[in-house]
Design a protein around this ligand. Structure first.
Ligand code: HEM
Length: 383
């Protein structure tokens, strides 16, 4: 361990420069018990893939489909239906519907429409930027779903309130706000589902068939909530990459076709989602390590991006890398179905705002979180 290292992987999420620490984690055993966090760690590409691919490593602890603090609430009802939080048939069938509908989105059109939305919402200062990087992906998703322009700001505000229920760091006021937001979002989707805009993502999803109305509604809210923080973080981390990697802006000005490669490299080098979790449903053996039932495994996704056995010189920000799976979007049956959309939206946002942000005095810290790395910008200059 080096003196400036984060004390453990949860602290690495908001550490100013965790990249070397992640590389060292990836050099260690793929699966190990962490005494300090009192849980197992899956690290490096091999550890992350092995755990996420394992049939008996589940997304929820056995017998606890919904966190205790959400039981009996609107947020809990949504949580319990999300594909992200289920296994077996309650996961596979809706996941296929979502993945197929999201897979049909025309990415070139999404890029154009998001460029337009971003150009209509150019941030004028650091405070604006903090809001804009959350709003842009939500506006783009609301547009795809078929909501009218005037509904976007309210939907974005409710989604930001709703995601508070997913964080163990939220206080009681935030949890209460999340319940109101959940009810409001459900109501908006009920109205739009009655008369979906032809050709919209919502129309596609509705036409694909769903087992239950509650499941459909919850997973529509899920599309907004899954988009929210992760894509905001990706845009924010791209803004930082443009500031901190010298020559990058000039390279992009002379060759704008490099934008997708820049966002891919940000997703590896400084991703927005660092951790996810799995729970052993029974006794499990992975790579010769035996884990008892009901064990929590912290899957350190960000360490896979810094695994030197997969990515040469992982600490270097380099555009010319051979394409390899982006484990920051997960792996296996729960892998993110929104990856292409998120990358496309982030490319458009970073591209539309690059020139104006270039001259803006910005300092930053990170929003407190155990999983998501999201910069909070302030006026000033970086230390
Ligand atoms: C930079 C942006 C994003 C990142 C880094 C990200 C990352 C992830 C990760 C790591 C997972 C897997 C979690 C696990 O296995 O425990 C996941 C799942 C998921 N993501 Fe994303 N995501 C992003 C954007 C999006 C967007 C824009 C959408 C919607 C269009 C979306 C929809 C989903 C859904 C529905 C799941 C659950 C899939 C399942 O459980 O089968 N994500 N995402």
């Amino acid at each position: 361990m080096c003196p400036n290292d984060p004390v453990h992987p949860l602290a690495a999420v908001t550490h100013p420069a965790p990249q070397d620490y992640y590389r060292r984690l990836a050099e260690g055993p793929p699966l190990r018990f962490d005494v300090q966090l009192d849980c197992w760690l899956a690290t490096g590409a091999a550890g992350v893939q092995a755990v996420l691919a394992h049939a008996d490593c589940h997304v929820r602890p056995p017998g606890m489909a919904v966190p205790e603090n959400l039981l009996g609430t609107s947020c809990g009802a949504i949580f319990g239906e999300l594909v992200r939080m289920n296994e077996g048939a309650r996961h596979t069938v809706p996941k296929q519907v979502l993945a197929s509908a999201l897979g049909q989105v025309d990415l070139a059109r999404l890029h154009q429409s998001t460029l337009q939305i971003a150009s209509d919402h150019i941030p004028g200062n650091a405070v604006d930027l903090n809001d804009a990087m959350f709003e842009l992906p939500l506006f783009a998703m609301a547009d795809l779903l078929g909501f009218s322009t005037k509904q976007w700001p309210q939907l974005a505000a409710w989604t930001r309130d709703f995601v508070a229920c997913l964080s163990p760091l939220s206080n009681s006021a935030q949890l209460a706000g999340a319940q109101l937001a959940a009810a409001a979002l459900l109501q908006r989707f009920i109205l739009l589902l009655r008369d979906p805009v032809p050709g919209s993502l919502l129309a596609e999803i509705k036409a694909a068939g769903w087992q239950s109305e509650a499941g459909l509604l919850a997973n529509l809210v899920g599309l907004l909530s899954q988009t929210c923080e992760a894509t905001a973080g990706l845009i924010g981390n791209a803004v930082l990459a443009l500031r901190t990697h010298s020559g990058l802006q000039a390279q992009l000005r002379s060759d704008p076709s490099l934008w997708p490669a820049v966002l891919r490299e940000v997703s590896r080098h400084d991703p927005s989602i660092h951790n996810t979790r799995r729970y052993t449903a029974c006794k499990v053996e992975i790579g010769g390590v035996a884990l008892p039932p009901r064990q929590m495994i912290l899957v350190v996704l960000a360490s896979a991006g810094h695994d030197a056995s997969v990515h040469a010189e992982p600490g270097r920000f380099m555009l010319q890398r051979s394409v390899s799976p982006m484990l920051g979007y997960g792996h296996g049956r729960h892998a993110c179905p929104g990856q292409q959309l998120a990358q496309t939206i982030a490319v458009a946002g970073a591209q539309a705002w690059a020139d104006v942000l270039n001259g803006m005095p910005l300092a930053w810290r990170y929003q407190s979180s155990l999983n998501a790395r999201i910069p909070v910008f302030m006026e000033g200059t970086a230390a």
